[in-house]
Ligand binder design. Sequence first.
Ligand code: FES
Ligand SMILES: [Fe+2]
Length: 319
Amino acid sequence: MNENTKKRYPMPIPFGWYCIDTSASLEIGQVKAVRYFGEDQVLFRGQNGEVSMLDAYCPHLGAHLGHGGIVKDNCIECPFHAWRWKTDGTIGDIPYATNIPPKAREVAIFRYPTVEANNLIYAWYHPDGLKPMYDVTIHPEIDDPEWADEFVAFEYNINCHIQDMAENAVDAAHFKYVHGVVSYPEFEVSYQDQKRTSVQRADMETPRGTIKGQITAFSNGPGDSATKFEGICDTLLLGMTTPVESEKCITRFFFLQKKVDGKTPTGGVSAAIIADIDKQVKEDIPIWEHKKYAEKPVLCDKDGPIAQFRKHYSNFYAG
Ligand code: FES
Ligand SMILES: [Fe+2]
C-alpha cells in the first residue's frame, strides 16, 4: 500500500445528520454536483423551494445529474437524454418515449433525507439507508434579534476520520501542548442518547475583575455540534463536520455573536474569540492529518474521558 491508499482508521462513516450546505448558497433552480459519505450526489432546489439530494447517477445510462443537469419545474433533467427525475427520485417524464416503460416507474434514485434549519441544509446519512433516528438541533439565537443577523463562516478540508477530530474535545492534555492553554481545562461530560454535553468553567481575569465564564459544547450525533461561550462576549459556534470519504472531512464553522447595544460586535474581544478558535483548528490539523487511530491507547490519569467518549461514539456505527 502506498501513502495514499493506507487506511489509518478501522471505523466506517458514522450515521447521523450532517451539514451539506448553507440555505443561502443553494438558490431556486440551482444544481450542484457534490460528494459526501464516499458517494457522488446531485443537490438541487426545485422551483417550489424544496431541496433534494439524490444519488448522482441517472438510472437510464448513467450520466451524472450534477454535471449539466437542470431544474425543470420540480424535477432534475438529465444532461444526457433529458429524462426528468422528481425530487423523490422517481421518474417524472421521458420526453421522447411514447410510453413510460414500467421498469422506469419501478426504479427510484436514492434520496437522502434532508432538512433546512438554522439557515443550513442537513442530510441524513446511514450506510443501510435507514431513516433518521433523531432530529437536528434548532438554535433559537439564529432568529433572535439580539444576536447577529449573519454568521461569520470558516471552512476547512481535513484528511482525518471524523471520530478522531471529535475526540479532541475530551482530550484534556492536548489543550496545553498543542494550543498553549496555560492550565489543564477541567470539564464535565455527560451523555444522553445521541447527545454529548461538556461544560467547562473558565473564569477570565479582566481589567474589571474576574468574569465567570463558561464554555458548553453540545454534540447531537457526530455531525451536529455547537459550542456556546458565555462570559465576556457571548458567542455561538455551530461546528459542523461532514465526512466526504471515511478519512476525509469538511468542517464548517458558523459563528454568531450577541449584539452589544443593538450592534453586532466586530473588533476587540469578539473578534479575538473567533480568531482563537480558527487558530486552534489550524494547530490541530497537522496532528489529525498525519496520525493513526490508536485502538488501544496507553493513557494516564489526566488524559480526559477518552474511553467513555469512544464507547458513546460507537453507537453511531451500523451493524
Ligand atoms: S443517462 Fe440520463 S437520461 Fe439518459
Ligand atoms: Fe484541539
